[in-house]
Ligand binder design. Structure first.
Ligand SMILES: C[S@@+](CC[C@H](N)C(=O)[O-])C[C@H]1O[C@@H](n2cnc3c(N)ncnc32)[C@H](O)[C@@H]1O
Length: 146
């Protein structure tokens, strides 16, 4: 929002997570659309967004059919020529998070999941410092929707 983005939607399956973020945003929370939903089960509006930004959600989808549903949602809801940024644990990232299994990706394997409609523009790896003082390797992929 500070950078001028408008029509922002924040989605998370956890109502608690959404509530924490709403409080953190203060008065500005009223200018965001908040959705408590499973990203693999909800149907997002068609061509609704210019930018999709996912940090640390996709890697929790361990079943292929859930990943396919996620990709269908991105493909439907992001406009043509839109921007898709997905970050997951990288090849040397943790094998579990919060006790849950995750899938780790490199740029090629993550791009394979997204499919040919998403043109991989750039990827990078980052060492994320957790609130507990540990580090986790993340992979970021930036794609354009063809
Ligand atoms: C590691 S946290 C990352 C939170 C936030 N994206 C960030 O970068 O700080 C993972 C989040 O994914 C959410 N999540 C897991 N599976 C989900 C799903 N199927 N649909 C929507 N959110 C999901 C969890 O509730 C949790 O808040």
């Amino acid at each position: 929002m500070a950078r001028g983005f408008k029509n922002i939607t924040v989605l998370d399956i956890s109502e608690t997570a959404i509530d924490v973020c709403k409080k953190r945003m203060g008065e500005a929370a009223g200018r965001i659309q908040w959705l408590v939903a499973d990203v693999t089960r909800t149907e997002l509006n068609t061509s609704a967004y210019d930018v999709w930004h996912d940090r640390a959600v996709f890697h929790f989808l361990t079943r292929p059919e859930r990943r396919a549903a996620y990709v269908r949602n991105v493909a439907r809801s992001v406009k043509r020529d839109g921007h898709v940024i997905v970050s997951t644990f990288g090849p040397e990232g943790p094998k579990k998070c919060s006790g849950l299994d995750v899938v780790r990706y490199d740029a090629d394997s993550l791009h394979d999941q997204l499919g040919a409609r998403f043109r991989l523009v750039e990827s990078s790896k980052e060492l994320h410092r957790t609130p507990f003082g540990t580090t986790q390797q993340f992979l970021y992929c930036y794609c354009k929707v063809e």
